[in-house]
Design a binder for this molecule. Structure first.
Ligand SMILES: Cc1cc2nc3c(=O)[nH]c(=O)nc-3n(C[C@H](O)[C@H](O)[C@H](O)COP(=O)(O)OP(=O)(O)OC[C@H]3O[C@@H](n4cnc5c(N)ncnc54)[C@H](O)[C@@H]3O)c2cc1C
Length: 346
């Protein structure tokens, strides 16, 4: 069946910032065939632009969208292959990410537990190379199935071709307007799970579960710990509109970090290599006095300065203006440019 293209649809409930803007044209696709039909229409009709929407949890709309929003709701999880140690699963791009995580945990498939409760869809996960608590999705992505927007050809992009980096991939840069992700193949463990509990917060949370000192946690326990930490630290978008971390943690030359350490002895840094040090953007923003600050309808959250929030009826522009002010103050104080992690749609 041909999916219906609707006009002037409010996007308020399609983005976790809760920005009340409209899409001039909007369509939801539930199968790859429906997506192909829409792409054929796009080729014939002259939409000024198209935007692929998943869960809307990493996007800030600055104004009404003039083109066509394609909401990807292609679902389904299938087993592709397995042996004693591993399983390969294929998930449709429109699957809810956390539901996919829960499916894996229920079946004792390891690899996704640290990425529990990240909002959004499976399809956006490789686009951003989502990550949390020491794990990135690139660690478990085998390959990504895409459709070429122009030719409608379907092809596989291998893990190495995805060119994954910190919150980045080929889909965010070189191939941004070329491909739409329709599904992802994951390689997960069935036993001998590779656990990552190095984050202090995870260890504390596991202690609270009364695990003995030398007892290995299960992947379900790790997931539970991650969920507890996230729920205590991050504002729930259903209560306060937000898009998670607004900025990426900047990576700066280690020589610059050493100089900053002389001036700001409490500055925190994690060496990425001998030359590069990663600095938590939240710390930098907090030092500039933004934590908990309310500016009109927006602000930096009281528990996590990195999370910019919509306290009610903020326009996308208002949040973006606040972000630019924060960017400037961090640069003025530290000489560091912080870049948005959020996809800005203007
Ligand atoms: C409270 C909160 C906490 C968060 N915590 C984390 C975290 O811990 N770690 C982390 O990495 N992220 C985090 N995020 C950010 C967000 O959850 C992820 O970036 C997520 O992958 C976005 O998925 P989505 O489906 O909502 O994408 P959307 O916001 O809908 O889209 C994001 C971008 O991906 C593109 N896109 C979406 N689907 C496709 C597709 N099928 N094909 C091609 N392009 C596509 C869109 O065009 C857009 O540019 C958090 C967000 C919130 C609100």
């Amino acid at each position: 069946m041909k999916p219906q293209i609707l006009q002037n649809i409010s996007l308020k409930h399609y983005n976790t910032f809760g920005i009340d803007c409209t899409a001039k044209n909007f369509v939801e696709v539930k199968t790859v065939d429906e997506l192909k039909t829409i792409l054929e229409i796009v080729e014939q009709e002259n939409y000024p632009s198209i935007f692929i929407l998943g869960g809307g949890s990493n996007v800030l709309f600055l104004k009404n969208f003039d083109g066509l929003v394609i909401k990807n709701s292609i679902t389904g999880i299938q087993k592709v292959d397995e042996n004693n140690e591993n399983i390969i699963l294929y998930a449709g791009a429109g699957e809810n990410w956390h539901q996919f995580v829960l499916f894996c945990l229920k079946n004792n498939y390891g690899g996704v537990e640290n990425l529990s409760l990240i909002p959004g869809t499976v399809g956006a996960a490789p686009m951003q190379n989502i990550g949390a608590y020491g794990v990135e999705v690139r660690n478990i992505v085998k390959r990504v199935k895409v459709i070429d927007r122009k030719t409608q050809e379907q092809l596989w992009i291998s893990n190495s071709e995805c060119k994954f980096g910190y919150r980045s991939s080929i889909f965010k840069h070189q191939a941004k307007d070329k491909y739409i992700i329709i599904g992802v193949e994951f390689r997960l463990t069935k036993k001998n799970h590779i656990l990552n509990t190095s984050y202090g917060a995870i260890q504390n949370s596991l202690h609270a579960l009364n695990l003995q000192a030398n007892q290995t946690p299960t992947i379900n326990q790790i997931s539970k710990a991650v969920i507890e930490i996230r729920q205590s630290k991050l504002p729930n978008p259903k209560e306060i509109g937000n898009g998670g971390s607004f900025f990426k943690n900047p990576e700066i030359p280690s020589s610059q970090f050493e100089k900053l350490k002389n001036k700001f002895p409490t500055i925190v840094g994690y060496p990425i290599s001998e030359e590069i040090t990663k600095v938590p953007a939240g710390w930098l923003i907090e030092q500039c006095g933004w934590k908990g600050k309310v500016v009109g309808n927006t602000g930096a959250h009281k528990n996590q300065a990195l999370v910019l929030v919509n306290y009610g009826n903020a326009k996308g522009e208002e949040i973006w203006n606040l972000a630019k002010e924060i960017q400037k103050s961090v640069f003025d104080k530290f000489g560091i440019t912080i870049e948005p992690e959020i996809n800005i749609v203007g």
